[in-house]
Design a protein around this ligand. Structure first.
Ligand code: NAD
Length: 526
């Protein structure tokens, strides 16, 4: 991250940052708070675009705070952005890959330079605590860089193949990966930098032009990213940014035949609808879906309980449980169930909930009113069906009343056929269950439609068994930094199995940037 420090911020290192990170973050938050309420444009074909209809973005920390107004883009704006991307693709697709890679590196460097500004906006916009927010911004640059480096290390994915065994002719065969053309990136609210910048960076490195559409809860962060791409000097139309509702502007992007490929990150329901509607076209086109999770953590009787508690609370309640990788199901062997639960409860009760821009707060508000209302409904449902061990309430006293503050919540004794064992709540709620064996835990762990992340605490032999049997794309054993969360490009490429993802290849890994290209064989006979 910053040039002055050797410290490298990731979701695993963020628990011990140098002081400099705190002071620079605070300076940025103060600067931004003094200048709220501006009107932010879309960015189409190299130009800012303002339209008559706007939507307000208020902070979940305090809904009296208007962060800014954003453009309520229409289907026409979506189509204009795609037309600009199509026009720009003619030259961008054919540009030497080295030039594209250089521009993506430049954009990543600009994000690094602005990491405190972007992090401060994420904190205000999403409600992330300061380290989570800074890491989201830093991850977007690292994801872009990872795709660029993959391209460099693979020499642009131009591979000389063997010669055909021809008599009297000399054949030269090359396999070349080439861009598809125009790519759409639709991102969720919870990682507005990483899950916008990452796919956009990979699509660009691969040679596609891009239209990016953030969630309506998080238009500001993506505007800042669009500015980083603009300032890196991408030609007009190569990176476009549109804002507006998913159901209108988003759907217009999906329905437009100009689109050659899509990366969607978001919920299972929306993702599966896109999967179906994108298939209704003349021919198949690539669709990278990254969807939800219902991630288990299995705790064996041989676990180091301190470590398990630390990993579990971080993954269950980090970002208020609004991570696709959140630990939402805890399966604990009966021998240590009581001790584990009592330790976890104690730590959970001690977590600070409040303004996430303040250093001492681990949890901020949930990001939107729908989540806040869901929290009340789910808490009631869980308390009726089982028992709330701690939490279960929203905070409304004093300043809390102006934001969406939900207590970190543990529910026990909920019957295993209850719907919430399989439903992604996406809130600071985790459910715990006593198992009589690890085999029983594994059966429950795999008995969901999702397969994103999973965690395990136990001895080494058990950990090996866990890796062999668990059905998930990102799995961890004995990790205090997070039972199921905290993947970082290059270390833990991120993606899911089953209903959690469509490609079986993880972002920020060896096989990712290739998904944005199709193969062409060039055979020449002398
Ligand atoms: P969401 O599905 O509600 O929205 C995601 C995006 O899709 C938003 O930009 C939204 O505007 C857009 N959208 C909605 N309807 C659309 C339509 N008809 N056409 C086109 N676009 C449309 O998800 P969310 O609430 O923003 O994010 C939370 C979800 O994302 C959770 O389910 C979480 O697990 C998932 N997620 C997955 C990953 C992963 O890597 N697998 C990462 C982060 C979040």
């Amino acid at each position: 991250m910053s040039a002055e420090t050797k410290f490298r911020l990731t979701y695993a290192t963020m628990y011990n940052p140098p002081d400099e990170l705190h002071t620079r973050f605070e300076e940025e938050v103060n600067k931004i708070r003094a200048n709220l309420g501006q009107d932010y444009a879309m960015f189409i074909d190299g130009q800012d675009r303002f339209v008559d209809e706007k939507f307000e973005k208020r902070s979940p920390i305090n809904t009296d705070q208007l962060l800014g107004t954003f453009q309520k883009g229409s289907a026409q704006d979506a189509n204009d952005a795609l037309a600009a991307a199509r026009k720009a693709a003619k030259t961008w697709n054919r540009m030497p890959w080295q030039d594209r890679v250089a521009l993506v590196h430049k954009a990543a460097d600009i994000i690094d330079e602005r990491v405190f500004q972007i992090g401060a906006v994420i904190s205000l916009e999403v409600g992330k605590n300061r380290m989570e927010a800074l890491a989201d911004a830093a991850e977007s640059a690292d994801l872009m860089r990872y795709a660029a480096i993959q391209m460099e290390e693979n020499d642009g994915f131009v591979v000389k193949m063997e010669k055909d065994p021809l008599e009297g002719y000399d054949a030269t065969n090359y396999s070349v990966l080439k861009p598809y053309g125009v790519w759409v990136v639709i991102s969720p609210f919870n990682f507005p930098a990483a899950l916008t910048g990452g796919p956009v960076g990979a699509a660009l490195v691969a040679g596609n032009t891009v239209v990016m559409k953030p969630a309506t809860d998080t238009p500001w962060t993506s505007r800042l990213l669009a500015e980083c791409f603009r300032d890196a000097g991408f030609p007009n139309g190569v990176v476009n940014y549109v804002t507006g509702p998913g159901s209108t502007l988003g759907q217009a992007l999906i329905d437009n035949p100009e689109v050659d490929g899509i990366t969607f990150t978001g919920s299972y329901d929306v993702g599966m609808n896109i999967y179906k509607s994108f298939a209704a076209s003349q021919y198949p086109r690539p669709l990278i879906l990254e969807m939800g999770g219902k991630n288990p953590a299995i705790i064996s009787r041989n676990a180091d309980l301190e470590r398990a508690v630390q990993g579990v609370y971080r993954s269950a309640f980090g970002l208020q449980g609004q991570k696709c990788s959140a630990a939402s199901r805890l399966l604990v062997e009966e021998q240590i169930y009581d001790e584990f639960l009592s330790k976890l409860t104690e730590v959970t009760k001690g977590l600070n909930l409040g303004d996430p821009t303040e250093k001492e707060n681990f949890l901020g508000p949930v990001t939107n009113e729908a989540g806040y209302n869901d929290f009340k409904t789910f808490s009631e449902e869980l308390s009726d069906a089982g028992e709330i061990v701690t939490g279960g309430k929203v905070r409304v006293d004093g300043d809390y009343g102006k934001g969406y503050y939900c207590e970190p919540t543990i529910a026990k004794n909920v019957p295993m056929d209850h719907r919430l064992w399989k439903y992604e709540m996406f809130l600071p709620i985790t459910m715990i269950h006593k198992v009589s064996s690890l085999d029983e835990a594994m059966e429950i762990a795999n008995d969901v439609d999702y397969g994103l992340t999973a965690g395990f605490y136990g001895n080494n032999e058990e950990a090996k068994w866990f890796f062999e049997n668990i059905e998930a794309g990102v799995t961890y054993a004995n990790r205090p930094q997070g039972a199921t969360t905290g993947a970082w490009p290059g270390f833990q490429p991120f993606g899911g199995w089953k209903g959690s993802g469509s490609t079986g290849k993880n972002a920020g890994g060896h096989y990712y940037v290739q998904e944005y290209m199709h193969e062409q064989i060039n055979t020449t006979i002398e």
